[in-house]
Ligand binder design. Sequence first.
Ligand code: HEM
Length: 149
Amino acid sequence: MKYAYGRVPLYMLQPKAVVEIASQTLAFASQALGYRDPSVVTKVEKERQKDTESQLPIYTLAEVQNHDIMSDCWIILYDKVYDVTDFMMEHPGGEELLMEHAGRDATLSFRGVGHSAAAIQSLTEYLVGILPQEERIFSGDGPCQWATL
Ligand code: HEM
């Protein structure tokens, strides 16, 4: 970010310059806090490809990685993408465990804990998408099948 008025005291600036500084600061802060312009998201979402079989929106591993903070947390389980942001504080295993896997694949940990059938069923509430075919490892022809886990 460029501070054009960096060395000039605030009281000496024209109101226009003060407004410019304020808007620069606001833009920087919102970027740092991970705010994304909803109109941009909507446009991208409209163009997003859907999986032909499940009709779920396709998200790549790289895209899921962007959702790795408490207020925007996605995890991957069995090649599907889950937005667990709203579930974070309700998770019986604690929010730290979900945050440890934020933006990443949590399948082995999820399975290792031995979640109940009810927990597995509740996943559908948080489902937002699926990995592209070439990044899937559990479904289809991927190297890991349920039976080998
Ligand atoms: C969307 C994903 C998840 C959902 C919906 C979920 C749901 C649940 C539910 C309902 C329970 C209560 C016990 C049961 O019914 O099995 C539970 C417990 C637990 N979960 Fe998860 N979980 C998720 C992800 C994870 C992940 C990624 C981990 C990582 C290790 C994890 C670790 C645990 C642990 C350790 C417990 C046991 C807590 C205890 O009994 O004290 N969970 N989870």
